[in-house]
Design a protein around this ligand. Sequence first.
Ligand SMILES: Cc1cc2nc3c(=O)[nH]c(=O)nc-3n(C[C@H](O)[C@H](O)[C@H](O)COP(=O)(O)O)c2cc1C
Ligand SMILES: Nc1ncnc2c1ncn2[C@@H]1O[C@H](COP(=O)(O)OP(=O)(O)OP(=O)(O)O)[C@@H](O)[C@H]1O
Length: 319
Amino acid sequence: MQYIAETKEFQITEPTVVSIGKFDGLHVGHQKLVREMVRWKEKGLKVAMFTFSTPPLSLVGGRKQTVLMTNRERMELLRSAGVDYLVEYPFDQEVCHMAPEQFVKEILAGKMNARVIITGPDCHFGYKAAGDRALLEKLAPEYGYQFFVVEKERDTDGAIISSTYVRKMLEEGDVKKADRLLGYDYFITGTVTHGRSIGHKKLYPTANLLPPPEKHLPRFGVYVTRVTADGKTYGGLTNIGKKPTIQGENPVGVETYLYDFDGDLYGKEIRVELLDFIRPEMRFDSIGQLKAQLDHDIGKCREIFRDSWIVQEKGKADG
Ligand SMILES: Cc1cc2nc3c(=O)[nH]c(=O)nc-3n(C[C@H](O)[C@H](O)[C@H](O)COP(=O)(O)O)c2cc1C
Ligand SMILES: Nc1ncnc2c1ncn2[C@@H]1O[C@H](COP(=O)(O)OP(=O)(O)OP(=O)(O)O)[C@@H](O)[C@H]1O
């Protein structure tokens, strides 16, 4: 896949099938759209995604806008979905003020070399987001592309799947639903760092990671997780939050106890996939009480991994 980021100076010469959007999380609705695009490969088109690069922590209405995926994670998922070109266009004043027709002419038909454009029904682009499906349809003959709309994929209860909806489910701690909407298990990756060493002295040893500031985190609490570290997969129990039992202001951390692991992960990159919500993060009156709760949580969840294929299956697949 060719990754074209932070530049406006590019020209795709191969004919393409193009879509526009944020594609945050690449949920099952996005995946349906991408599958429709990939079908055009047999007709000789390359799959090209037009997205805007999101600054690491953008402010929307004065509120920090977190994302399901960092730009790098999105790039990796789009690559494995079969995308040939990923354009992360700088989101600046010029493009914000571009007339919709000019956007179609210069960017979609021009730089992206679109012969086919596929979007959802609510696609918007250009100045004041005035460009829409009607305009794309109208301009198709003039700029020599075919235009198709993919209907919105819905959840089993009829709700339209969107990145906003997935973020909301995570905020409510409903990771099972979020995972279903995403079509894969929501994950957080990062490098294992040193905590305050209270864990291995008084509690349990844990692998701590500080998530990137833009990463959307679920409700603070304890989650059953699958952890990949050093090419191996482990069952885990992960606390996401600020450890209110421990004095002082702690940064938001993702801290995992790994089952059947005895080793050192400091400095290594790990991937923590969220499978189920166990309980909210709580403030205990003493470390002793927190320890009693951890004994209980760890014991209870060991059963989940013993009875389940979750970790073993992944282990087999990894060879
Ligand atoms: C499974 C699990 C559940 C946890 N639950 C809580 C909790 O409810 N409240 C809390 O204050 N800390 C909780 N913690 C965090 C502990 O306070 C933390 O492991 C300990 O302070 C060690 O931190 P350190 O690695 O920085 O030394 C939990 C940790 C784990 C692994
Ligand atoms: N559920 C869905 N089914 C099919 N296509 C979808 C679905 N959701 C979004 N799309 C399409 O994917 C493209 C990228 O959309 P975008 O990432 O902006 O959507 P979104 O998930 O609805 O995000 P947000 O919640 O931020 O509005 C658009 O063409 C959009 O219409």
